[in-house]
Structures are given as C-alpha cells and as structure tokens.
Write a protein that binds this ligand. Sequence first.
Ligand SMILES: *[C@@H]1O[C@H](CO)[C@@H](O)[C@H](O)[C@H]1NC(C)=O
Ligand SMILES: *[C@@H]1O[C@H](CO)[C@@H](O)[C@H](O)[C@H]1NC(C)=O
Length: 382
Amino acid sequence: MAMDSLLHEGLSWLLPNLGLVVIALGLITAAAIPRVLTPKAATATATATETVNPPHENKNESESEIHPLLDFDVATRPPHPYRPWRSGKFAMTMGVSKVKPEEWLDLDNKYWQEQELRRQLLVESRPEVMQLLHGSEAACIEVLDTVVDYLTRRYPSLFYRPEGKDGYIYNGLTNLSFKITAPYELHPLEIAAQLVMEDLNLLVQGFGPEPDQYYLSASFSMAPAGWYLKERIGWPLWKIHGPVPLWEEKLRLSVERFFLRMKPGDIVMRQNFFLQTNNAMFQQEPFANSMLSAPKIEDIRIRHERQTLRRLPKTGAVLFTVRTYLTPVVDLQDEPDSIREFLGAVNALPESMAKYKGRDVWGEVVESWCKKQLEHTDTDSA
Ligand SMILES: *[C@@H]1O[C@H](CO)[C@@H](O)[C@H](O)[C@H]1NC(C)=O
Ligand SMILES: *[C@@H]1O[C@H](CO)[C@@H](O)[C@H](O)[C@H]1NC(C)=O
C-alpha cells in the first residue's frame, strides 16, 4: 500500500505516516515545557538554529560520565510521565535538546511486556520489525557495542558479563544471555533490541544515490506509527518525511544540516506525540482505516515518543532511537496543568494542519473531555 509518510512536521520528522488518526500534534521545545511536567526534558534546551552549530568543544569530563544506578528497581518504576505538549503559538522547529550521556536510554516497568512483544514479533513477523541492508553490518555491531557499554555502566547490577562465559552479556531482567562478540549467534541489532526498550534505526550518509543524504540502512522497529518498515528501508530522510505540510520548506534544510554536522559524543533528544484510537504499539496500518465514527474518550491514546540521536564514532552512522509510550487521555485526569497545555496545543493547530492531523475525528471528544476536567478543577479550587 502507498506509504506516504504523513510525518508530523516539527515533531516527528523522522517517523511517521499517520493515517487519519495517529495524529501528530503541536511541537515542543523542552524549554517551553513546565519543569514540573517534564523534569528531564527541562535541561539544556536548544533551538534548531542553536543546535545546528553545537559548541561543545570544551567538554567537561564529569558531565560525560555515566554514574551507575545500583539499586534501580525496574519493576516499581512507572514510565516517565513525559508530557510533551504545550499551548501557545504553533511552531515548526526540530526542538532538540542535549542529553547527558548517562540519561541516554531509560528503563521502566513496561520492560517485560514489551520485550515479550519484541520476541514474539521477531519470531512471527520478523521482516516487519527488522530490516537490514547489506553493508550496514559494521554499524549494527557498533550499535550493539554502544548499547552494551551503556547498560553495563549505567545498570551494572542488571546487565553484566557473566562469570566464566567470555564474550557474553547477561540480561538480568529477562534472564537471557547473548553472545556479543563475533561470530554472533544472533544479528547484533536483534541482540541490542532484546536489551533496550527503544526502537533502533541507523541512518548512514551516502547509503544511496546522493552522497550528502542520510539513508535508513538498518532498523528494528516494534512501534511503527502507521507505516511499513519493509517499504521505508533504504529511504533518505526527505522521503521518510514525505508530504508533511511545511516540512520541506521549514525543516528539511536544518534537519539535513544537523545530520551532517553531528559530532560523536553529542546526544540530543526530541519528543513528539500523536493521537490514536486504539491501544496498538505495533501499528503498521494507517489508523484511519478502522476509524468510522467518533471515538470514545476511553479509547483514545496519546502516542508519544522520546527520540534520541547520536553519531557513532567508528562508522559515522547516526543512531536514531525511539521509545514509544501509549497513554490513555483519561490518565491525565489528575493533571489539570497537562490538560490545559494539551487542549491549548490542540487548539493552536493551524486549520490546514488540524485537518491533516485528523482533529476532525477526535477533536470534539477530546476537547469536551478536557473542558469538563478543567471545570471540575475550577469548581474544586473555588
Ligand atoms: C565540570 O562539571 C562539574 C559538575 O557539573 C563541576 O563540579 C566542575 O567544576 C566542572 N569542571 C570544569 C573544568 O568546568
Ligand atoms: C529470572 O530469574 C529470577 C531468579 O531465578 C526469577 O526470580 C525471575 O522471575 C526470572 N525472570 C524472568 C523474566 O524469567
């Protein structure tokens, strides 16, 4: 089926295609998000323009250290309550912010459930979740090495090299061990996917006809947002973004420059969100296909993504990670500030963008729920 990647502009410039109902909304620079809502995102923000020329020459060693979290209890840690939306004027920027190396990837109590889904998909639908172009092997090995290095330093009690088993890593959350040296028993990207919670994408410069373009050369994606990995593999950035209104005019140049200038050692993140009317994490089919009538508020999910980018020093490939969260809109009910920002973001969409994003479908239901919650709040505090 035609995969016109309806990527959301500022927000999901790397992911996308939403049918009518996975809908990317407003966009955020971390600075604009109230600290109380997104404590992690509140550090070191940069605008797209600033980050195109990252001035990190004098790196402070202790800031690039990775401090071990020895007593980290994954089972009792809920997903970080990212609330990546804000009211105010709609804008199109990359909205990236710097990430401390020790905060690169995150673990929470969805780990087991999502790892089970990963293993199931790898068995039953392997080509749908993993695509590797010939020539991407070295970069995939570097992904695995980078992930192993990070996890064993950050969570040394959960991920470690087992005694008496040279060249292996033990995943203490799933009790699985993997050989992490050649000759590999599984593909290195598949191993990495069974250690972390993020989807892993490799973008390689010149891996296609145009020498300056970055191409998707390998990917493990458990959480496509209405697109088919099999179709997308090998595409350059601009094609992945497809016919997103304004992306070509407003973002293409800065995104492409950003990729060309990224330095190894710098890690950045950005967030985005869509709305969808089911609870599917693995969603290739455009959501609109099953959307016939006004959805119930209980069924509407905010699909939000925490994305990170870093350049791998040996191969020069760019590793793009995507952690996807599905939050029922009704889960916001005790967060009046979030609701107010959310409603503001939805209402701030320019008309063309709102149409493109399917606000027609879910807008009324979401708006009336939000307003009702805010009325309650106002009454309670009166
Ligand atoms: C590096 O950062 C640490 C912690 O933020 C600080 O204590 C130290 O003084 C900094 N060193 C330099 C050379 O800036
Ligand atoms: C891993 O092993 C520990 C100790 O034997 C056990 O308590 C735990 O349930 C196991 N976890 C999984 C996911 O199999």
